[in-house]
Design a protein. Structure first.
Length: 135
């Protein structure tokens, strides 16, 4: 039942997201980045990819499901685990195993980093979920 990677479909960039960054704006809106990260992680709201490491993939289906639920409901953000307050990094323990997840901001062609993670027309989010001991 495990899916190592899942491509999610694109939704209208303005759906329910007031104050969207427009194409000409250069300043990154960190608050918007945080909201977009939370939407993506909790609801897979916009186009993006989810990658599950081999260690997580090897877990029993029911345990892996619990890991995914924990990632989606994660709320223990602290300075040491959330770069610039963007809610893009988290770690937790579940039944004695340590996990971490990260959201990286890629450009749409997945060839480099997005120049503005607050702009959906320039950014594709990639969520990586792994055991803490995995590279």
């Amino acid at each position: 039942m495990g899916i190592p990677s899942r491509r999610l479909s694109w939704l209208d960039a303005n759906s329910g997201l007031e104050g969207a960054a427009k194409s000409g704006e250069s300043a990154v809106d960190r608050g918007r980045v945080q909201r977009l990260n939370d939407l993506f992680r909790r609801q897979f709201f916009m186009e993006g990819d989810v990658f599950i490491s081999p260690g997580v993939q090897a877990l029993p289906d029911d345990f892996r499901h619990r890991v995914l639920v924990r990632v989606r409901t994660f709320s223990d953000f602290q300075l040491e685990n959330s770069e610039a307050g963007e809610h893009n990094v988290g770690n937790f323990e579940l039944d004695g195993k340590r996990f971490r997840w990260t959201i990286v901001y890629s450009n749409l062609s997945l060839t480099g980093r997005s120049e503005d993670p607050s702009d959906l027309s320039k950014t594709r989010r990639v969520l990586n979920i792994m055991l803490e001991r995995e590279p």
